[in-house]
Design a binder for this molecule. Sequence first.
Ligand code: FE
Length: 311
Amino acid sequence: MTVKISHTADVQAFFDTVAGLGNEQGSPRFKQIILRILQDTARLIEDLEISENEFWKAVDYLNRLGGRNEAGLLVAGLGIEHFIDLLQDAKDEQAGLVGGTPRTIEGPLYVAGAPLAQGEARMDDGTDPGTVMFLTGRVFDAEGQPLAGATVDLWHANTQGTYSYFDSTQSEFNLRRRIVTDAEGRYRARTIVPSGYGCDPQGPTQECLNQLGRHGQRPAHVHFFISAPGYRHLTTQINFAGDKYLWDDFAYATRDGLVGELKFVTDAAAARDRGVQGDTFADLEFDFHLQAAKQPALETRSDRPRALQDA
Ligand code: FE
């Protein structure tokens, strides 16, 4: 029979002490969270009869996960980041905050402080031989009025599926820009069609996914932060219709309302008119709709620690 002790008064009192409940220093909120982690961990160890080998392998795993900077990847792969979106959707619905472009996960690869452009920007540095993509669209409020002066902060991978900053072979802020919408609420970006990517096959996140019988691949996507004074900050991504992994994303970011249609054009004259070498390019139009912010705090993104800081 399974032996259990975590419910006993002695063990509960021990965890209270460990969590600092007997002192006046520290943070009450932090103590509450740590106490819950201790209690739930103890129950997990008892209920699933976690062996010593399993426990110490898990400790070693956490060390390796942090050492490779993959904690942000693992929380995406285990669907926890998506769960937080689902929970926020449910809270919003209860509060009557509905409508607008759906949110989806940020992922761990944002870098703050990308170059700021008015209305339009070229995002690639010209070194990637990928297909040129003209990505345009407008930002609207919930009533369908265009929002001038909104900031469209977007970032995406190159054709190797890697991101500047994290891939040191790319130039600074390659494929990352902040574009302020014009008087019609429009943003225009010239960039390249990104590729999907996967977890490092040798990394700890993929090691976990292997044990779950899962792949670690993402469909191609473009990340966005959309913000405007008086409107609710939006963190989202768009995917492309027809992508092999569109509805099989290891990070569960694809959502209805976030699938764009890439239109490939092969026309030498049109390419020349658009300043494209070769005869093929792609167009993608995607609009965003923002909710009004009921409180100023909703206008900004979370304080999640991110690479670099805004200047
Ligand atoms: Fe990404």
